[in-house]
Design a protein around this ligand. Sequence first.
Ligand code: GLN
Length: 240
Amino acid sequence: MGKPIDVISLYPKDMNIYGDTGNVLTVQRRLALYGYEPRVHAVNQNDPWPEHADIILGGGGQDTGQKKIIEDLFRRADLLHRLADAGVPMLMICGLYQLFGEYFDTIDGTKLEGISVFKAYTVGRDVRMIGNLVESSDEFGDIIGYENHSGQTFLREGARPLGRVAADGCGNNGQDHTEGARAHNVIGTYMHGSLLPKNPAIADFLIRAGVERRYGGFEDLGDEAARRERAHIDGLAARA
Ligand code: GLN
């Protein structure tokens, strides 16, 4: 057996739309191809937190899903902050990205307080931002995906976006061309798609950061067949 890496899938019951499970599957498969042993833990409301958390992945959800998980998220806020400060890689898509900000004022007038990992806030509007999304980032090159949200997110002064919207899409708010947010090794983004199968560079960033934290360094422990499979997958992603 390879060296274990514990992957947390956060709120898969209520926060998991437009194929976001693909992010968990991608990290799981890629870890195995690098020769590590992925252990995926689904953490829904009131579930115990696993002993190890090397990579944390959260999906999107409609406003109703966000309301269902918000109390539980708040109970775990201190823990998630500690892990973020300690460099644990996390990927939060759309609905959870919004709740990792300061607050989300929903279209029906409810204010959902966020856990403020990102210096950003979100306001619901009656126009949904739907469609393909392409952005460029210094860290990951071009990033491609699909967005569908009514919340418009605004980054506070000094907060770092994930990328800048290129030709297609609205991004955080349809106005300032920013998309997503970055803090420590935490990525927030509106990119569904799923994101990671189409953007292996981001999958590798999460995997490397998680493995380095746990084992003090990253090594490709996979065999030749695994390298061939990864090259094949990356070729498909490049054509997506
Ligand atoms: N409920 C949020 C919005 O519509 C998030 C939707 C999503 O995760 N796709 O803004």
